[in-house]
Design a protein around this ligand. Sequence first.
Ligand SMILES: [Mn+2]
Length: 342
Amino acid sequence: MEKIFYEIKDKINNANRIALFTHVSCDCDGIGCMLALYNFLTEKGKNVDLFCDSDVPEKYGFLKGIENLNKLENSINNSSLKKELELENHVDFSKYDLLISLDTSTLGRLGKYETDFKNFEETINIDHHISNTNYAKINYVKPYSSCGEALFELFIELGLEISQDVATCLFAAISSDTNRFSNSNISAKTHIFAGKLIELGADHNLVNLWLHKNKTKNQLKLISYMAKNLKYYKGISYFYMSLNLLKKLNVKSSDVSSFMHIICNSGDSKINIVIKERKKGEYRLSLRSVSEYDVNKVCSVFGGGGHKNAGGCSLYGNFKKEFKKLIKECLKEIEAVDLKLK
Ligand SMILES: [Mn+2]
């Protein structure tokens, strides 16, 4: 067994108060892994708090323990003090023994917790992004389909007991990050792990219903809007969501991300981009690609990253000007790959 598994086990065994983190604009891979670990550790009697510098989509409401996110439930029992601290946004991390990040490729992706995590003595980074910068004291980074797959491997290697709740959280993480087992980076092992999780009692029907089937009428209108307003340019398709439009359609920013797969692979598009206005002068971009077109490469030019077929980055300042630069990088990548494929 790899040494790193023992190192992680030791750190966790020796810690009582543990804080878990996932990235901003959280997704179900990060939240699912965080809650899998949360349920496992609390079942073992550890005190665990959960941090994410983002609102959590309602569709993750079925995951056990989600109500404890950003609540400081275990560290502070005085409710008025707790409220005050929440309002001040101040968390004293010195009372924790160990900080663990999940599905988070860089320190910056931790949002307002970046500095706290960076300066902490005992940290573990569990992730699957090839662009991960190995920013923690212990870095367990495997290029798997999902962080859920990497975390489940850790559980298996250490022979840890997995409850039904933990299994459901891990299944949700893997199922969502692979688009229901359809992404190019899944392997036989991804399916074997999913099967094992179902054997362990993962409620796959619940996961499918909440993550992939249920939608509100407004969300359905959003899908239709996205399809109608998708722009095409030389093998690139893109959709722009402004803050005003979000308000008008009465949907959340996370809704746009969760329907991205619907507009991907349409027509002859090789790279698909969804742009979300965060605030004036700040834009978050998600990129998806088919076959050999590498969007991780494109995103890294703009300080972002991810995987070959899925990545993200942010643009700042004059959107039109910056977006033009990004399109240029996309075209460069398309050209280079097309040349190789000829
Ligand atoms: Mn992930």
